[in-house]
Ligand binder design. Sequence first.
Ligand code: C2E
Ligand code: CA
Ligand code: CA
Length: 636
Amino acid sequence: MVLQIQFQVCGLILVCMILAFCLRKNILSFTSERVFFTMILLVLGSLILDITSVWALYELFDDSLLKGLLCKGYLLSLISICCVMAYYVMMDIRQLNESRDFRAFICSVPVFASAIALIFLPIAYCEDNGLMYTGGESVILTYVVCCSYLLVALFLAIRYRRAIRKSKLEALVFLICSWILAATVQKFNDGWLIVGYAMALSMTFVYARMENPENRVDRLTRCFNADALYYYILERFSSKRTFSIITICLDDFKIVQETFGKENAERVMELVVSFLRSMKGCVAFRSGEYEFTLTFDNVRHMYDALEQIEPRFKRPWQIYEMDVKLSLSMAYLAQSNMLKSADELTDVVSFFMEECRKLGKGTVIPINEEQLLRKKEIDHADASLRRAMEQGTVQVYYQPIYSVRAGEYVSAEALVRLFDEDDKFISPDLFIPISERNGLILELGMIVFEQVCQFMKEQSLLEKGIRYVEVNLSVVQCMQEDLHQELMAVMQKYDIPPEAINLEITETAAVNSEKTLLSNMEALIAEGVTFSLDDYGSGYSNLSYVVGLPVDIVKLDKTLIWSSFESQKADVAMQFAISMIKSLGMSVLAEGVENVQQYRRMEALGVDYIQGYLFSRPLPKEEFVRVISQKIDALD
Ligand code: C2E
Ligand code: CA
Ligand code: CA
């Protein structure tokens, strides 16, 4: 007689192969890897029990204790596997608020209950056409418990599918369905003992899709990759284990690649990686193309590493007698528990790495309470701006501009205003740079411009003595080739003569996009639009820009005005600036004039226009209209 063990033996071979792979690779000891490993061991045990119990069914007497033990042991192994499987599914679901230990405990209760029940429940040894199989209450219990585990696991996997990685979800659904199918087939065909084989086969699938350590390793540097980092952090958070983290960006590595060639650059990368990996107590990840992340369980090790990394990068790296100098930017976080979740940490680290890039080579940012608060403010401003743009609640205020010669308000500056959900003011100094970074400024700029044109038309501002309104243009807007067409289209829509618009540009715009800016300016000037150079005296104040740019007005920055009252030197510089601008045939506007003393001084120096709190703060539309039609009493 031939024993019915062909399927089990095939399964056994498969499981042994996976086990060998698992043991050979360096494992990061993720919980998921450990749970998977446990599952493999259980499947192995179960297959051995399966084979030996089949042997016992044929070879031992019904009242043999060994036969009972092997058969019931096999049943219990099936229940245990289903239990671990259910836990494997639950592990990643963050929405289940209980700790992992508690989940593991809850999961294993039915296993212990079943183990006790199996001791007492009878098992029947049946025969059908020479085929031996088991039956009775023990088998029924096993079916019921296993099916319950599988169905609960399937339900959870589908219910929380967003919390589980897509590849894991696919593998799990395949695994659960194949087990249910195999159990059903085996139930109705007693000769087909395929459950063990189905388990081994589906475990191979899960291994290939999910638990293969190669999936988590960067091929070039053999460091763990970004994927591994994310799951590493995720695990640390769910097991509430605090850690420290340093993220390093090799600033000019791209240039190294271009200068020294790909192969040499890879050699340098290897040197850097082996240096980073030598930091005591760290796990190293390649988290981006030129980015590495080190995690430490012990914060002291992190500070030790910081002390070594910076000085090392001051020295060159040597390959084949060549010296290669690398610059690095870093952000580091001493205590991961300052953040609430893995996602937040990932977001925070990438935010500060972006900051590093913006601030330039060699920036080091300690991610502390203060920095986190700043990020929170920025996120809040970003969200508020998006909301306001969506809901159409972005507002524009107007600050009157006084003409010294005319003795009245002749123009105004349009200033965008944003309020959050609680009606709290958010400064444009905060959200304009954000909107420039994420591109929203283009839409925002047009929203402001359209509101200005609409307001001028509605209130017939030109008839109220306002000759033109000044509108700020961002650097990003100045880089757009079709800017002039877009602006002209809006002016035409509201029937606003181009002479009634004055656009404020900054030196930064001129530096960044000289050609595009100039062609936009020429096209608009040809239509009648005029320009102002804003914030003069706050940045480079490069004379060549003032001379080269076709602007009518130069706006002296408020800091220049204020410092001229504090230092003799600044005062002299300002006087020269004013006389130079005027002799170039341009008008001068002084910003930030807050008192009569400042006003008198500006007047004496020949400044043409005054803008500042002395006359008025930026005002909402209606108030602005009221103020410009009243008598000016600020100078009385
Ligand atoms: P800016 O273009 O230099 O605008 C002048 C800023 O000075 C305004 O700040 C205004 O409220 C403030 N100011 C005017 N007079 C005084 C004064 O006497 N004392 C003091 N302390 N401040 C005075 P605001 O509105 O907060 O705008 C800040 C910056 O945000 C603006 O500086 C501009 O660069 C930018 N911004 C505002 N609106 C827009 C816009 O619609 N588009 C673009 N691209 N940028 C804008
Ligand atoms: Ca301005
Ligand atoms: Ca200004």
